[in-house]
Design a protein around this ligand. Structure first.
Ligand SMILES: Cc1ncc(COP(=O)(O)O)c(C=O)c1O
Length: 390
């Protein structure tokens, strides 16, 4: 059976060019970047080259990039590091209601430690209103953290405007760009951000590498203490092969973005148009301001998990929501935040496209999907007690 991978928002295959770049850093150039001898210095050079590539890709300075193991770690460092480092200024943090669980859970853990958290609502497309951010900022606010583009519904937030407000108010601004980095050009200065998260495995790099951009002068406390790597902000022996792969993957995305974004946008829009022709299908997220590779729809009288399993039986890999929340069997908080009822959220499907996605694959999905939906609806327990309204 042919396999069609349509879950690029969960993770991506490592680009072969990134694999080739990484290979020498396992057995040949294996030195510890902290060692003073030849092997150490050879590794240190590769580390700083990678840092330069990634810094350049977001218009940052070399010393403003901190390597971590993942976006989860970067987001934890951003929230907790700013909270612990700025206790003397205030204890209030603002996030949105469509953040990734690693932001939500970090905020919850800070709440237990006495910090105040405001979770801003979003509109029906998942957009944060910059005016809401302005109104929510108080004298005690130390950080605003708003996702750049939603991992579930693909909506791209007005980061530049929110950043401008935070700058004027003297509040640190962090954005989780895990899904947008490599797909949308990022300029930390234009976007007015003080901290930014990116992850390697979302951009055809290896798992095990992430970064946190920290603007020069931002007060932040480390979470990992030890040998003082990464400017004392993230002790741990550097995972050099993964970082080299991350930088190579970012370089490739940057080079290919001009061609790849319109290609994916075209595929995405064609797919959305075809899906909306299926009875009882609605789009989740913004029709235009969305990631080029994200499609998220809901089907009336359909249970998302059954849909994903049935598609899998036909060799098609999609997701019900984010990779992290899809195992919980609870409606996605992001879909509830945009106003979906729990049944509607349960009937949602995320199809995320990528570098290897072809029109042929989309055609295959469109051939299989209506039949599966019909089959699921025929046995739906919701059908009799839930009224579908246009
Ligand atoms: C928006 C967003 N933030 C954070 C993460 C966590 O990324 P990582 O797997 O690198 O920890 C993800 C991955 O699902 C994501 O999509």
């Amino acid at each position: 059976m042919k396999k069609v991978y349509l879950d690029y928002a969960a993770t991506t295959p490592v680009d072969k060019r990134a694999v080739r770049a990484m290979i020498p850093y396992f057995a040949e150039k294996f030195g510890n970047t902290m060692s003073l001898h030849f092997f150490g210095q050879e590794s240190k050079l590769a580390l700083e080259n990678s840092r330069q590539i990634l810094a350049d890709s977001i218009n940052a300075d070399l010393n403003e990039i901190i390597f971590t193991s993942s976006a989860t770690e970067s987001n934890n460092l951003a929230l907790k590091g700013i909270a612990f480092g700025n206790k003397n200024k205030g204890n209030h943090i603002i996030i949105s209601s469509i953040e990734h669980p690693c932001i939500v859970e970090s905020a919850k853990s800070l709440k237990k430690q006495g910090f105040e958290i405001t979770e801003l609502p979003v509109d029906k497309y998942g957009m944060v209103n910059p005016e809401d951010v302005e109104k929510a900022i108080t004298e005690k606010t130390i950080l605003v953290s708003i996702i750049h583009a939603s991992n579930e519904i693909g909506t791209v937030e007005p980061i530049e405007e929110i950043g401008k407000i935070c700058k004027e108010k003297g509040v640190y601004f962090h954005t989780d760009a895990s899904q947008s980095f490599g797909k949308i050009p990022i300029d930390v200065n234009k976007m007015n951000v003080d901290l930014l998260t990116a992850s390697s495995h979302k951009i055809y790099g290896p798992k095990g590498a992430g970064l946190l951009y920290i603007r020069d002068g931002v007060k932040i406390e480390p979470l990992l203490h030890g040998g003082g790597q990464e400017n004392g902000l993230r002790s741990s022996t550097i995972n050099l092969a993964a970082i080299v792969g991350f930088a190579k993957a970012a370089e490739i995305c940057e080079k290919e973005m001009k061609k790849e974004t319109p290609r994916l946008t075209k595929l995405r829009d064609k797919l959305i148009r075809s899906l909306l022709k299926i009875e009882g299908c609605k789009l989740n997220g913004h029709p235009k301001k969305r990631l080029s590779n994200n499609v998220n729809v809901w089907f009336s009288f359909v249970e998302g998990e059954s849909l994903v399993m049935q598609l899998d039986l036909h060799g098609i890999s999609c997701s019900t929501g984010s990779a992290c929340s899809s195992i919980k069997l609870e409606p996605s908080p992001v879909l509830l935040a945009i106003g979906l009822k729990p049944q509607e959220a349960h009937g949602s499907l995320r199809i995320s496209l990528g570098r290897q996605t072809t029109q042929k694959e989309i055609n295959y999905l469109l051939k299989v999907l209506p039949k599966i939906i019909k089959k699921i609806r025929a046995i739906s327990p919701f059908k009799n007690n839930y009224e579908y309204k246009e």
